[in-house]
Design a protein around this ligand. Structure first.
Ligand code: ADP
Length: 258
């Protein structure tokens, strides 16, 4: 997602020595993404995900992690040079937690901004909260992390609870309501773009990719770009095919403000 939006990207992860792994490496290379951080293993198959989409465009995903869980802290450590060259490190929780923790520590040691897309039901150990610069859950994940079961609690109140408890900046993804930033310097809610959803798969990934690609822009501009990337993703079916490129994004945003 970040590479399509114009960022220079290195991928750090683990794939099996199988046809899916070959296809994914080729796919990354075709997008101009560096593969120096990709480990291949014969111990596990490449991770796969089965995605079901209903008529309202909402999805449910069954994941077989496979080789993703063969990425060890030592593997990440051996790629420390990639962190040296990076400004932003995007992470999610689809590798072992201790591997995520090591990557967060390397990001901090090298002065990179780390953005962790939580995207799962897992509890986050305090070591992860305190090592990340930005945590980005969707509204349901945020409610679970804050142990809020009451639907009437606002997303802003949930963000505040998490911020006060853990002291880490949050970018909360609010689906058709847009996005909320809650941090030390400001609190900002930016509305979503109005689109007709076809398939919400990868909206969060498009959004987070844009956060990485445009990090450093003023927060309002950043969230507007990320909302546009998410909105474009929900108008197309599939995961990778629905991640917008820079031209699509610029054209869409120009149309919306014109
Ligand atoms: P996730 O895909 O991680 O569950 P969301 O559903 O909140 O996260 O989607 C991520 C982002 O994509 C949202 O913050 C928003 O910017 C955009 N988005 C998602 N659904 C819609 C929608 N129906 N209309 C417009 N934008 C949307």
């Amino acid at each position: 997602a970040a590479a399509r939006l114009g960022a220079t990207v290195q991928f750090l992860g683990c794939l099996g020595e199988d046809a899916f792994g070959d296809a994914l490496c080729q796919g990354l290379a075709d997008e101009g993404i560096g593969l120096a951080g990709v480990k291949r293993t014969s111990e596990e198959p490449t991770g796969t995900a089965m995605i079901l989409v209903n008529d309202a465009g909402e999805n449910s995903i069954v994941v077989h992690s496979g080789a993703n869980f063969a990425l060890t802290p030592a593997d990440v450590e051996s790629k420390a040079a990639l962190f040296e060259a990076a400004d932003v490190v995007l992470l999610q929780l689809e590798t072992p937690l201790e591997t995520v923790e090591r990557a967060l520590a390397l990001a901090r040691a090298h002065g990179c901004t780390s953005i962790l897309d939580v995207g799962s039901d897992q509890e986050l150990p305090e070591a992860i909260w305190s090592a990340a610069d930005v945590i980005s859950p969707n509204v349901h994940e945020a409610a679970r992390l804050a142990a809020v079961q009451d639907d009437s609690v606002s997303s802003r109140a949930i963000a505040e609870m998490l911020y006060l408890r853990h002291g880490v900046s949050m970018v909360m993804k609010l689906g058709r309501d847009g996005a909320l930033y809650y941090g030390r310097d400001s609190i900002q809610l930016v509305d979503a773009f109005y689109v007709t959803p076809v398939d919400t798969t990868a909206a969060g990934d498009a959004f987070t990719g844009a956060l990485g690609a445009f990090w450093g822009a003023p927060m309002n501009t950043l969230l507007r770009h990320a909302n546009a990337a998410g909105a474009l993703a929900v108008t197309k079916t599939g995961a990778q095919p629905s991640l917008p490129n820079r031209e699509d994004l610029d054209r869409f945003m120009a149309r919306q403000s014109g």
